[in-house]
Design a protein around this ligand. Sequence first.
Ligand code: PLP
Length: 420
Amino acid sequence: MSNPASSISADLTASSSILPPSPAPSTPRPQVTRRYKLETEIVYTESNDQYRSSSVPIYQTATFKQASGSEMGEYDYTRSGNPTRTHLERHLAKIMNANRVLAVASGMSAMDVIARLLKPGDEVIAGDDLYGGTNRLLKYLATNGEITVHHVDTTKVSAVIEKLTEKTALVLLESPTNPLIKICDIPKITQIVKQTVPAAIVAVDNTMLSPMAQNPLDFGVDIVYESATKFLSGHHDLMAGVIAVNDEKLGERLFFVVNATGCGIAPFDSWLLLRGIKTLAIRFEKAQNNAQIVAEFLEDAGFKVRYPGLKSHPQYDLHWSMAHGAGAVLSFETGSVEISERIVENARLWGISVSFGCVNSLISMPCKMSHASIDPKIRAERAFPEDLIRLCVGIEDATDLVDDLKTALVQAGAIKHSEK
Ligand code: PLP
């Protein structure tokens, strides 16, 4: 079988006439010397569609006919490549400042594709507050794939350095982490890893901030991946994952896995994700503003709040040296698991749900939900507060959100009526 997607996606400077319907890279008019701003790139697409359709067509097909037995077209089989997926991948490459992006079936698929770069005997250094699903996959690989995984507190660069050996094949970072909102020094860790073990890959899960607020590729990391189920799509109506790289050869290795395993995103989901991405900038800005208001309300009410938009965050300066936004996920402690449970149950506008990055606000207790797959003993070792409540802030009216939370706090007995 031919490898059509690989022949078209690596060279982003190729003339658009030989490309399937897809956006060109940043193409301001010749007299404009700067690049378009991200907000513009996110909505602006170019395409060579024969009917000049405003929205990219959904090529809902598994196969493509060949002109003859010996002439292969650009596409032959959707597992290997599909024009709607290509359009999405090229659009994402543009906004993630990447040479190549691969769009797959979920954030965990993205992580799985990256994990398949590992061989028996390899070592992985990862955070100690990873997303539960990532933790589960790494544990599976450690148990069944003869891979050693070191979980360290990545807020301490020295903790990463301590575990670096010539066997280190992957350093996996999240910043901010989810849900403890810990920040790690991505540029410094990357620089040290590259100097010490040049062959090791540094990968960053950027789901918590999206390209709107942070772009770790700009710090020299090898791979950025995201669960596009979150901010990128924004409506919790699809599962998707994206992997972004600058190194062409690494892109080819990752594409090989996508093609071999068949985890590439489906045409309809590609289209849905593209539609979601078009409103990313305004959704993200509104959600982030709301999150700041909610975080300040909770802090003023006396709770220990974790949010990088608050000056009280212990790594406030480090965060803002890398990011240009605080995101829309925060967490706080109440001092009692029972009170936390009652707060969650008494919230109304805040839907009790895992996940984040959606237009509507969500509330959860990570220990019982998104992070329940982490052994309670390990959670205790990592000082994970069992009473932690995570808030994933949406784009509703901020006063409504605060009022609803206030009511839940009062009903749960966490604050007195008059306190706030
Ligand atoms: N990374 C982070 C930080 C997440 O929160 C999640 C899901 O919640 C994932 C990765 C996995 O993404 P998905 O659910 O799209 O497989």
